[in-house]
Every structure is written in C-alpha cells, then in structure tokens.
Design a protein around this ligand. Structure first.
Ligand code: GLU
Length: 281
C-alpha cells in the first residue's frame, strides 16, 4: 500500500510552531517514502471553528512549502458517516447515554484520575438507561473489552510506534478501564467526538502512517479499541516530541505569539521556522 501521511489540524486558532513541526515532519516522512501527504480539516466542533482559521491553515502551510491533493476532507462534510458508526456501536450494546456535566464529574471523583480526555469518567450514568437524545454518548469500556473477547484478547492487540525505532505497544485492559474509562463517542452538542471521527477518517482515507504529537500517545489505545470494534485498519504511528515554550510548557493555540503567521509578519522565512523547531533542511 502507498505510504499515506496526514496532517489534521482543527481550525480553532492559528497554527503555531508545534503545528509547523508536526506538518513538516509528516510531509517529510511522506516525501522520504515516495508517498502522499494529505491535509484534513478537523472541523466537526462547529462551536469553536472559524472560517478565517481554516483559510489561515491553507495559507500558512503553503507558505511553509507544503502541498497536498485536493479536495481536502473536512469533517463537517462527514457527520453522517460518524453517526452511522455510532449507531453500529449502539446496536452492539456497547454505549450508554450520560447527562453529567464537567462539574458533576469532578464532584463525583476523588481523587480524580486524569486520562487522555481529562478526568476519567466515574460511571455515574452507566446503568441509568437514559435516552440518547440530547445526551452525551459514552463507550462502556468494560463491555467493549468483553465484546472483543475479554482481557486476554484485548491484551494481544497492539499498535506500532516508530518515533524511536520500531516498538509494538500492547493494549492493557486495566489501563483502558482505569486510565481511559468510558470515553465520549458523541458529544451532546456536535454528535461525534475526536476519537470517533479520527479513526473513521484515517481508515476512510487509507492513511498508513499517523505522525502527531506525543500528547496524543495515550489516546492511541482508545483509537486502537475503536478500530477493532468498527473493523477499521490500524495505521502505523509516530508520536513526535512536542515543541515547548521557554517555560517548558506545550504551546497552545491561544498563545498567538508563537503563531506561524506572527513570525511570518515579523519577516521570518520558512527556513527560519524549520530551524526554530529543530529541523535541519
Ligand atoms: N485535530 C487534532 C488536533 O488538532 C488532530 C489530532 C491527530 O492528529 O490525530 O490536535
């Protein structure tokens, strides 16, 4: 299969140096393998996306010297596909509706365990039998593990990580239950979630290699479970180092001083950006 990489930003702010590093790294991997680099716009979260941020993504990436095949997949065009996948998990009996707010979750957990999505859900609504309408839909992780043949089968599932040599990470049922828990499949406002949309799109676009930040490493166990439940292929992963600010903190979109376009308007070249993120080409 042809080597296919993707860069999948959400248009919820201007791209910063961390995005530049991620996009350039994925692009370089594709080039080195004589493969293809795709751009995907992860814009299902319509409360937070803005048209000008999407336009800025195209501009900034072109300015960095990247190109990609058109048309670009936008998640907002794909919502019915995510809904169908959600429906199939519901039909398998692996989901439940949840009415908890963030405050409810915080109040119900002591001490809170932090997972890839913040505080691990304490399971308050798991057996309430609430209606799906207007509620968050969660994966019942315990049932998902049972559905896949139980702990011993799940612990045989793995994904390949290539950031530092080639390593195989095996899933761990205890970790999934305790450190990921009943993750969100569909937010009540947007009808899907990052985890659902990303695994569906990567498979639908035949992405063979996912290059993304180390901060998403923990989420990959969830992605692996969803791929297995939905019968989707698993790409090879490379979770790269993060670009940190001078205090050692991960860059955030709200920190516009690190935005690519800020450096650009201050006179930086694309090569300066590459040098700033430690890429020597
Ligand atoms: N839209 C996600 C982000 O901007 C993409 C994550 C991924 O590459 O899977 O963080």
């Amino acid at each position: 299969m042809a080597h296919l990489e993707r860069f999948a930003p959400s248009p919820t702010g201007y791209l910063h140096l961390g995005h530049a590093f991620s996009a350039l790294t994925a692009w370089k991997h594709a080039q080195a393998a004589d493969g293809v680099f795709l751009l995907r716009i992860e814009d299902f979260d319509y409360n937070r996306v803005r048209v000008e941020f999407e336009q800025a993504i195209y501009e900034d990436l072109h300015w960095l010297g990247l190109d990609w095949p058109e048309p670009v997949l936008r998640q907002s065009d794909n919502l019915t596909v995510y809904a169908a996948a959600l429906n199939s998990l519901q039909e398998m009996g692996l989901t439940y509706a949840c009415e908890c707010t963030r405050a409810d979750i915080k109040a119900a957990t002591s001490p809170p365990v932090l997972g890839p999505d913040g505080i691990v859900y304490p399971g308050t609504c798991r057996n309430k039998g609430l209606a799906s309408n207007e509620n968050t839909i969660r994966l019942n992780m315990n049932k998902a593990i049972e559905h896949l043949g139980g702990a011993s089968m799940v612990n045989r599932l793995h994904f390949t990580e290539t950031n530092d040599g080639e390593l195989h990470y095996f899933l761990d049922d205890n970790h999934l239950l305790t450190n990921c828990g009943d993750i969100i499949l569909a937010r009540r406002d947007v009808g899907t979630s990052y985890h659902m949309a990303v695994v569906i799109d990567d498979a639908a676009q035949n992405v063979t290699h996912v290059t993304r930040g180390q901060d998403l490493f923990e989420a990959t166990q969830i992605h692996r479970i969803l791929q297995e439940l939905l019968g989707l292929q698993t790409p090879i992963y490379c979770h790269h180092r993060l670009i940190l600010d001078k205090n050692g903190k991960r860059l955030a979109k709200r920190d516009d001083s690190r935005a690519i376009r800020k450096y650009r308007s201050d006179g930086a070249t694309a090569q300066d950006i590459r040098a700033m993120v430690g890429l020597d080409w």
